[in-house]
Design a protein. Structure first.
Ligand code: HEM
Length: 449
């Protein structure tokens, strides 16, 4: 195979092009691929980003030797999440950090979190009032935020509101303007988005420090280790026997919150939208959930085939992260017929890959059954990314989504309270449904045992 020198073709960066990529990536990606082919180069974020929307391109990136890549873009999110975040580690440090965090998101640990997810979901659902209209995204965020505060930070229920307020301030002060326009990362005499974000981070750090200190006091007093992820990370040891420092713990907790809270809530809101838009599908999902009886276990819920297919199809159409976090080359890389030089970024356009007609006939239609009739390779379907950086919380997110959905479907009669089109909207680093996704609780129901 011959290898071309230089970078693949791509659009010239103009403010309009940047705007399109930021706010309507689906159309922008489609236009770019049609015009320039695949792979292509996008320069809208500064450094050239070469990406592909094909399974072959995905395979080449996800199976490459991990040492091909350097810290992706240290300036992008480091000032926000902190230098210790697993998102910014590469090579051996990345491997050992994942080894420490990963076990707390799998197997038996998931079962322990299942009860909390269920309790949080049931309490939120019970607070909805019949005849009342609310934003699906706000409600799902409220649930997923409490799940993280309880299961990951291990905060007692009584302190949840205080943590919730601090976290919401931190998350909402994280404006897309700061993400994309780095010139705004300055303090304008205590004003501006950057100053607000810094204040929010200081407040959250203080609360996390208190949690870490109180956990230490409990362990030294009676040797008890909590069930939450913070306690387990405090007890975990790297291969050289060392423990995480307080700064590392804080950065990782905020990374888990940042990566896990909004992504799960957005996906849940989209599932509700598709279920409520298709009464026949809703009825099938409800029948599947009801068949588990009045006291379904979390284990039984997460294995339901149609519920799982509905979640998978939602994540296909709305992968939340439209282009995988770029990988920066630290050595030359043969990619799709090109010899790419160091310092170039490479990535996969998941949003477009998931809408390839050869893989997904009628790509814009919501067809959950496609996931019952066929399995997709990790290079064809990747809402959670892949390779050594695959999402740490993938099982956690799907576990939580299915339990929350089952609780909603079995105990409520909901309907869409809007006939306006719901579209993808930029929400800082990810995409989510526009705010007019409103739901109405028509009545409550119960399932006989
Ligand atoms: C539906 C919900 C979620 C979606 C769609 C999602 C998606 C993703 C994607 C696309 C990546 C990048 C993977 C790559 O670069 O190949 C990622 C990374 C990550 N996610 Fe998730 N995620 C979700 C929920 C969660 C949850 C619940 C957590 C933890 C509580 C979490 C923690 C992480 C972490 C720590 C990383 C960085 C992994 C690394 O760089 O090694 N995510 N996620």
């Amino acid at each position: 195979m011959t290898t071309a020198a230089g970078l693949p073709p791509g659009p010239v960066t103009t403010p309009l092009q940047m705007f399109r990529v930021m706010f309507d990536p689906d159309t922008a990606l489609l236009r770019m691929v049609r015009r320039y082919g695949d792979p292509l180069t996008d320069r809208s974020a500064g450094k050239p980003l070469v990406f592909s929307c094909t399974p072959e391109g995905a395979k080449q990136i996800l199976t490459a030797d991990p040492d091909t890549f350097a810290v992706p873009d240290p300036e992008f999110l480091t000032p926000i999440l902190g230098e210790h975040s697993v998102l910014f580690l590469v090579g051996e440090r990345h491997r050992s950090e994942r080894k420490l965090i990963n076990p707390h998101f799998h197997g038996d640990r998931m079962r322990a979190y299942g009860d909390t997810v269920r309790e949080v979901a049931e309490r939120h659902i019970a607070a909805w009032r019949v005849g009342e209209t609310w934003s699906a995204l706000d409600q799902m965020q409220s649930i997923s935020l409490e799940v993280i505060i309880r299961t990951i930070f291990g905060v007692e229920r009584a302190r949840v509101p205080e943590f919730r307020a601090a976290v919401i301030e931190w998350v909402t002060s994280f404006s897309p303007l700061i993400v994309f326009f780095r010139g705004l990362r300055r303090d304008f005499l205590g004003h501006g988005p950057w100053a607000r974000l810094q204040r929010a981070r200081v407040a959250i750090d203080r609360m996390l420090d208190e949690e870490i200190a109180s956990r230490r006091r409990v362990v030294s007093r009676d040797g008890t280790l909590g069930n939450d992820i913070l306690s387990r990370l405090m007890a975990a040891r790297y291969e050289d026997g060392s423990a995480m420092s307080d700064a590392q713990l804080r950065d990782e907790l905020l990374t888990l919150l940042f990566a896990g809270h909004e992504t799960t809530a957005i996906s849940l809101a989209w599932v509700l939208y598709y279920l409520l838009s298709d009464p026949a599908l809703y009825a099938r999902v409800r029948a599947e959930v009801d068949a588990l009886g009045s006291q379904p276990t979390a284990e039984a819920i997460v294995q339901l085939p149609l519920l799982s297919a509905v979640c998978n199809e939602t994540l296909r159409l709305h992968p939340v992260v439209p282009i995988l976090p770029p990988r920066r080359l630290q050595r030359p890389f043969h990619f799709m017929g090109y010899e790419l030089p160091p310092d170039v970024m490479v990535s996969i356009g998941t949003l477009r890959l998931h809408k390839r007609e050869d893989l997904y006939p009628k790509p814009y239609a919501f067809i959950a059954d496609r996931f019952l009739n066929r399995t997709y390779s990790p290079f064809e379907y990747m809402p959670f990314g892949g390779g050594v950086r695959r999402c740490i919380g993938a099982s956690f997110a799907l576990y939580e989504m299915k339990i929350v959905l089952a609780m909603i479907v079995r105990s409520t009669q909901l309907s869409l309270a809007t006939d306006k089109p719901v579209r993808d909207q930029r929400r800082n680093a990810v995409l989510g449904p526009s705010h007019n996704l409103k739901l109405l609780l028509s009545s409550r129901r119960s399932v006989a045992g």
